[in-house]
Write a protein that binds this ligand. Structure first.
Ligand code: PMP
Length: 311
C-alpha cells in the first residue's frame, strides 16, 4: 500500500496533489538521484529505519556527482523521513528519496545551481524478489545488457537515468522466465544484479565483486561487517560467470531484495550435494542474522547508530 502523504520540497502534502511539470529537466534526461531505504517493525514495539544516515550520505554523494545542491541539511532530511513514516502511520515500509532537476531550461546545459525538486515517498513493500524465492532461491540469467563502463555511468551514484539499463535487463530476464538479471561489466566479469550486489561462496571463502563498476550497496556493507565479525574470509575480487556456476552458494544483497539466495543461473543448478538447488547454510545464516540486525536484535561493531526509531 502506498503512503497517502509525501514530503515534497519541504512540505508534507497528499500524494495526489504532488504534481510535476512536463518541463521538468530531470524527466527528459534522467538527471537526478534517489535512495531506497527500509524501516522495520521492532519486537519491542514501534519501528526503526535501517541505516538512514548512510543512505542519506549516499544521496548527498550522488548529488555531488551530479553537481546538484540538496537545499536541505542531513538533519532536515532525517526529520522529514521520520515525519513521512509518522504521517502515513508506517512502522515498516520502504522509503524513496528522490532529487531531480526541476522545471527550467530544457537544453542539456542546465547551468549552475539549476532548480531542483526533492521528495520523499513511502510504501509498504514485501520481498522484492518474492517470498518463495527468498525461501527457496531465485533463478537468474546473465543479461545480454552490460553494466556500463565506469566512465559511462557514475558508479558511486544512485542516479536515476542510469537505471534504464537495469530496467531493460530486468525486463529481459523476466520475459525469459527468470527472476532477476545478472550484469557483467564491460570486460566480461561479474558486476551485479539489476538492483542488487552479489556474493558467492566456494570452499568456505566468500567473494563479492569489487567497488569498481558496481553500486556500493549499504546491504553489501552490512554483510561485509557481519562476515568480519564472524571471522570469515571475504575476498573482494573480480570473478567470471563460470566461477559463479561452480559456486557452493550464491546470494544477492540489496535494501529491497534484502538477502535473497540464488538456486539457479543460466539453467545451471547452484550448489553441491544436499544443497544443490537450495539455499546453502551460510546464506541461510546470513539471511536470519540480517533480519535480526535490521531489527536491532543483533548488533555489529560500529552498528550502534544503524537504527533510527520512528517516533
Ligand atoms: N546495485 C544496484 C544497481 C542497486 O540498484 C542496488 C539497490 N540500491 C544495490 C546494488 C544494492 O544497494 P543497497 O544495498 O544499498 O540497497
Amino acid at each position: 500500500m502506498r503512503g497517502s502523504q509525501v514530503w515534497y520540497n519541504g512540505r508534507i502534502i497528499a500524494a495526489e496533489n504532488a504534481k510535476i511539470s512536463l518541463f521538468t529537466h530531470g524527466l527528459h534526461y534522467g538527471f537526478g538521484a534517489f535512495e531506497g531505504i527500509r524501516a522495520y517493525k521492532l519486537k519491542r514495539g514501534g519501528g526503526a529505519i535501517f541505516r538512514l544516515e548512510d543512505h542519506l550520505e549516499r544521496l548527498y554523494d550522488s548529488a555531488r556527482i551530479l553537481d546538484l545542491k540538496i537545499p536541505y541539511s542531513i538533519d532536515e532530511l532525517i526529520r522529514a523521513t521520520l515525519a513521512i513514516c509518522k504521517e502515513n502511520k508506517f512502522e515498516e515500509c520502504y522509503l524513496r528519496h528522490i532529487i531531480f532537476t526541476a522545471d527550467g531550461p530544457l537544453g542539456l546545459n542546465h547551468g549552475d545551481n539549476p532548480p531542483v525538486d526533492i521528495a520523499i515517498l513511502a510504501w509498504e513493500w514485501g520481498s522484492y524478489l518474492g517470498d518463495k524465492n527468498v525461501k527457496e532461491g531465485a533463478r537468474l540469467k546473465i543479461s545480454s545488457f552490460c553494466r556500463p563502463h565506469v566512465n559511462s555511468i557514475m558508479t558511486k551514484g544512485k542516479i536515476t537515468g542510469q537505471y534504464v539499463v537495469s530496467c531493460l535487463a530486468k525486463r529481459e530476464a523476466i520475459s525469459q522466465g527468470f527472476d532477476e538479471a545478472l550484469l557483467l561489466d564491460h570486460e566480461g566479469y561479474l558486476a551485479e544484479g539489476s538492483g542488487e550486489n552479489i556474493f558467492m561462496v566456494r570452499d568456505g571463502i566468500v567473494k563479492t565483486t569489487p567497488l569498481t563498476s558496481i553500486l556500493g550497496g549499504i546491504t553489501r556493507r552490512t554483510v561485509i561487517a557481519y562476515l568480519k565479525q564472524q571471522g570469515m574470509e571475504l575476498v573482494e575480487t573480480r570473478f567470471t560467470r563460470d566461477e559463479l556456476w561452480c559456486a557452493d552458494e550464491i546470494f544477492l544483497t540489496g535494501t529491497a531484495a534484502e538477502i535473497t539466495p540464488v538456486r539457479e543461473i543460466d539453467y545451471r543448478v547452484i550448489g553441491r550435494g544436499q544443497y544443490a538447488g537450495k539455499p546453502g547454510p551460510l546464506t541461510t545464516q546470513i539471511q536470519k542474522d540480517y533480519r535480526a540486525i535490521t531489527r536491532g536484535e543483533l548488533k555489529l561493531p560500529g552498528g550502534k547508530a544503524w537504527l533510527t526509531p520512528v517516533k
